[in-house]
Design a protein around this ligand. Structure first.
Ligand code: UD1
Ligand code: CA
Length: 474
């Protein structure tokens, strides 16, 4: 059947429940999958599917849920308060009473079903509209339907009503076709139907699902079959882990199909807002959190944990590197075992090697911090070499101070730079120096005591120590 892509519809998302089965102080819909709250997954789906208007019903944890929605979506998402959680039917009633613009075709989604594909929502809205149905719904069949509302059909196979798990008779409990909780309803029918709901059920609530029977009695129900893997509701921590695993695996497969090299489909942890370009490669057990960008040709090796990091083209991040709020420049090399703390900006072809830590530092093109160094509050020019074990002493107990190393500077191993201090262009700092004053251009700074060699001293010392040893004892 051709679909009418110009059809408009509005979405209502129910997110007022406490979610006691989560056994968590966080409102259920704020639990995250891939760094995005459950409710935001559902709002994203509604927007992607083409909802003109998105109204979220909030209640439990109202302030926190509203904050999450405003941060993610700004003013395009409206919230409506359900003062008491009297059931899903009551939640929808609160929305349509509060918002006169909820007219025409309304799609109702539950805020605890994070994996619903936008295409299915669009299909349901369009098909229900084309059929002129009072109500369209999705159903799915499960080997173990426990917990879900069951779909009761007539002998002719038409949907008649939904019976909640707790209200099922023995026969109804055996039904394996369930209600995933996705509906497209005509607003005027819904207003009428909601007014007729009663709380005479096991939970004493107003069930949205009872609206189905009213629509069926008027003969205007459309049903679509969905895949339960897309439609799981999250009611406890087990559901949350399972939904997160399903999402991860799908996301890894999709990346691989789009040209990203994925070493292990099962251990890639990538938050929803990250962007990985085709031609990038990702090792096993890589975690990309927040908003990371990984460009074409970049490689992130096994065990790296990056948060809000941009990895430019052809850069390599070697195993077990931890980095946050930083940029790794084109062709740069980081790790293994490096720690880039916030505001690290690594220039093209620069290097940060093993057991080096950086913070609030820019490293110019081609500069290197290869081994065992701490580089904090640094402004480092091009082609600077920082020897092993160099420490930027940036903190004096009160404030942080800057160390400037201009282009072409060479810092010998085991140097301490006491900030604020500047080493000018092309200067050398000898190994083991404590730099307390600025070093002029092309100068050598050295601050260590002169070496003295005492000929034969070691041998004499050894002999003396051996003679002192008492016989028979170590
Ligand atoms: C609901 C359905 C059930 C379906 C299942 C699918 C009803 C009566 N039952 O059951 O048929 O199989 O989802 O996952 O609709 N909410 C409110 N206000 C309330 C109550 C709930 O906003 O007063 C919100 C919750 O925050 C949640 C959603 O509605 O996001 C669903 O509520 P929940 O209690 O999880 O319903 P289920 O028991 O899963
Ligand atoms: Ca649920």
């Amino acid at each position: 059947m051709p679909t009418d892509s110009s059809a408009t519809w509005n979405a209502i998302i129910l997110a007022a429940g406490e979610g006691t089965r989560m056994k968590s102080s966080l409102p259920k819909v704020l639990h995250e999958i891939a760094g995005r709250a459950l409710v935001s997954w559902v709002v994203r789906t509604a927007i992607d599917a083409g909802a003109s208007r998105c109204v979220v019903v909030v209640g439990h944890g109202q302030d926190d849920v509203e904050r999450e929605l405003v941060t993610r979506f700004g003013p395009r998402v409206k919230t409506v308060l359900q003062p008491e959680q009297r059931g899903t039917g009551d939640a929808v009633r609160c929305a349509i009473e509060a918002d006169a613009a909820l007219e025409g075709r309304l799609v109702v989604l539950y805020g605890d079903c994070p994996l619903i594909p936008a295409g299915l929502v669009r299909d349901l809205a369009e098909r229900s509209e084309q059929a002129g149905a009072d109500l369209g719904l999705v159903t799915a069949t499960l080997p173990d339907p426990t917990g879900y509302g069951r779909i009761v059909r007539s002998g002719a196979g038409d949907v008649q009503r939904i019976v909640e798990d707790r209200d099922c008779s023995a026969d109804e409990r055996a039904i394996r076709e369930v209600n995933p909780g996705l509906y497209a309803v005509r607003a005027d029918f819904l207003r009428e139907a909601l007014a007729q709901l009663t709380p005479d059920n096991a939970q004493g609530q107003l069930y949205l699902t009872d609206v189905v029977e009213l629509a069926a009695s008027r003969g205007k129900v459309v049903d679509l079959e969905g895949d339960m893997a897309d439609l799981t509701g999250v009611n406890d921590q087990g559901d949350l882990s399972m939904a997160a695993s399903t999402h991860r695996r799908r996301m890894a497969e999709e990346l691989a199909r789009n040209g990203v090299g994925v070493a292990d489909l099962d251990t890639l942890y990538i938050d929803a807002e990250c962007q990985i370009e085709p031609g990038a490669t990702l090792g096993a057990n890589v975690h990309l959190r927040g908003r990371c960008v990984v460009r074409e040709g970049a490689h992130i090796d096994v065990g790296c944990v990056l948060t809000n990091v941009t990895v430019e083209r052809d850069a390599k991040v070697l195993p077990y590197t931890v980095a946050a709020d930083s940029t790794i420049g084109e062709g740069a090399l980081v790790g293994p075992f490096s720690h880039l703390r916030p505001q690290t900006e690594l220039g093209p072809r620069s290097k940060v090697g093993n057991f080096s830590e950086t913070k609030k530092t820019t490293l110019g093109a081609g500069s290197k911090v290869n081994h065992l160094s701490y580089v904090g509050d640094g402004v480092i020019g091009k082609d600077v070499n920082i020897g092993a074990g160099t420490i930027f002493c940036n903190y004096d107990g009160e404030g942080k101070h800057t160390t400037v190393l201009e282009d072409g500077v060479f810092i010998g191993s085991d140097t301490q730079l006491i900030a604020p201090v500047t080493v000018k262009k092309g200067a050398y700092v000898a190994s083991g120096t404590t730099v307390t004053r600025d070093v002029p251009e092309d100068a050598l700074a050295v601050s260590r005591s002169k070496q003295e060699n005492k000929e034969g001293y070691a041998a004499r010392l050894r002999a003396r120590l051996r003679n002192k040893k008492k016989p028979g004892r170590d």
